[in-house]
Design a binder for this molecule. Structure first.
Ligand SMILES: Cc1ncc(COP(=O)(O)O)c(C=O)c1O
Length: 241
């Protein structure tokens, strides 16, 4: 197997996420044969620094021995069981540890399979909380202009990156965007160039405390924002990568 053949097969069989597939007619896709620590290796022995930690999910490096050992031990003991109507020690122990580090009295963890699912769950929980308190009209979600919260239909409603949301606009529940509180204004970054433009007047007039169920805020650091912007650029346009 060589890089070219792997890419050919991939383009014929795989729909790659967060990607305008046409861009790969001019921007080569990276064929990864293996990974170790911070490095990715292609099928021809070249190595590449995984600068975005495979989209932030590999912060401890590829093939981390401690994590691999824990995964293997868990696979041997109990690979999977549903959490509906059943429970098991790893879920309980992790939930207990999260409760200890979470602020206030956030005493229960709801486990999701990915970032966008976590957003969906949070939106539903916020709505459900107000509905249980007799305020079902609090069903709109505040989000930051230029924010990113995933690409499932609910999460896209609070994601403000036209590249991802434009094609699906008719499906989306409009959020309540508020300006990003930064100095200098976010205007200078890739996110605001992409961000859906709304006048402060139109967003504030639609903004209503009576309707807002929660606010979605990404706890993003400058470094993470920079790599996030870079990933978006890489995904979005061959001329910018
Ligand atoms: C802040 C934030 N929320 C949600 C997501 C979506 O995560 P996933 O790609 O796992 O659905 C991301 C992904 O980059 C993210 O950065």
């Amino acid at each position: 197997m060589n890089n070219r053949e792997m890419v050919r097969r991939s383009l014929a069989a795989v729909w790659h996420p967060c990607t305008q597939m046409k861009s790969h007619e001019s921007v080569p896709m990276l064929a990864v044969a293996g990974a170790k620590g911070p490095w990715l290796y292609d099928f021809e022995g070249n190595r590449y620094l995984d600068g975005v930690s495979s989209w932030w999910v590999n912060l401890f490096g590829h093939g981390n021995p401690q994590i691999n050992a824990a995964l293997r031990a868990q696979l041997d003991e109990l690979p999977h069981v549903m959490l509906a109507g059943a429970t098991h020690a790893p879920a309980v122990e992790l939930a207990e540890r999260l409760a200890k580090v979470a602020p206030g009295d956030l005493g229960h963890a709801f486990f999701a399979s990915d970032g966008a699912s976590a957003t969906e769950i949070a939106l539903k929980m916020a709505f459900h909380y107000w509905a249980n308190r007799g305020q079902p009209r609090k069903n709109r979600f505040v989000h930051l202009e230029g924010g990113y919260h995933g690409e499932t239909v609910g999460a896209l409603g609070v994601t403000d990156v036209p590249l991802f949301r434009k094609a699906y606009a008719p499906l989306l529940r409009e959020g309540l965007p508020v300006p990003f509180p930064s100095r200098p204004p976010l205007r200078s970054s890739i996110f605001s160039r992409n961000a859906t433009r709304r006048s402060p007047r139109s967003s504030s007039s639609r903004w209503s405390r009576a309707r807002a169920a929660c606010a979605c805020i990404t706890p993003i650091t400058c470094g993470a924002r920079a790599s996030c912007a870079r990933a978006t650029r890489c995904c979005s346009s061959p001329t910018r990568s």
